[in-house]
Design a protein around this ligand. Sequence first.
Ligand SMILES: Cc1ncc(COP(=O)(O)O)c(C=O)c1O
Length: 372
Amino acid sequence: MHIETLAVHAGRRTDSATGAVVPPIYLSTTFERAPDGEYPHGFSYSREGNPNRRCLEECLAALEGGMEALAFSSGMAAANAIVQGLEPGDHIIAPDDVYFGLRRLIGEVFGKWRLEVSYIDMTDLNAVHAAVRPNTRLVWVETPSNPLLKITDLPAIAAIARRANAISVCDGTFATPVFQRPFEWGIDMVVHSTTKYIGGHSDVLGGALITRFQNYLFERARKSLHLGGAVPSPFDCWLVLRGVDTLPCRVRAQAESAGRIAAFLKSHPAAEAVHYPGLAGHPGHAVAARQMTGFGGMLSFELRGGRERAIEVAARVRVFTRATSLGGTHSLIEHRASVEGPSTRTPQNLPRISVGLENAEDLIGDLSQALG
Ligand SMILES: Cc1ncc(COP(=O)(O)O)c(C=O)c1O
């Protein structure tokens, strides 16, 4: 079935008790045992499983074309559960511009775990290959990356990980399964911050881990979810799933506007560089065109005039909102280095944009007046 149909139907069924077309929210934390002590509906206690969570997990697995999904209380909770599955002394290969929260998690929470980590420019496949060690167990990819929109060649990375006997995980938050399905390129697991495009309305936190096949890191993540308890509430699951209904329509509209905004910025004398994989001059354009069916709604750009100029432009917008996060209906702009703090590697002259669902002409007009 096509993704638009899966987005509306996967994981849902008409409520057998009432005929409700939209799933009810099951707040009950506990479920009745049958006289023989069994749980005939498969639910015992909500930390272990809940009907709303199960609907969401089935839907996300179907959207990615995976075997199974786990829904978490945030994208970082999903990442945490994956890293927790590693043994002390294991080695991770991760992008040098990985979402800064993951770098902090590995350094500040897992520092005492004695994990080895190599942060590599994943666009340089020779460097990724050279980074492999006998103890490499996890190869983490984020494409397009946050905030530089770098593109990683998924089949090439999947092959390197396979040869190293490591599990490959792709953070697909920016791309969404509408534009990129990493399992089709041989990647083993996909992680999402469903807080972003999948939820789509900036009103719920969530995360997900989807696997293509049974493996020990997925099973350990399941244990971490069930025993550690970083579960999303039934209402959170309901909200994320409600967002999924419109996911294909939303992200296509956002990508169409992002393409127009990127072209506008590219031709503007104030912009030194524009990072959007849909632009023919983007270094990852050819790879993106091969492995994605659209280029997404995120872009960033670098301004002549440095940090002050970037902050000034972000201060002058009227339609865009100055806020972090992405993937919602409102267009957002942020001075990314300020968000990431003193240890940032992001260029100081870089505003990052999440394109919302406003009219593209209004957004271009707003940027035009802000650039002055
Ligand atoms: C690419 C990416 N991955 C993961 C996360 C973390 O997700 P969450 O904020 O839902 O924990 C974010 C958050 O901004 C992100 O941009």
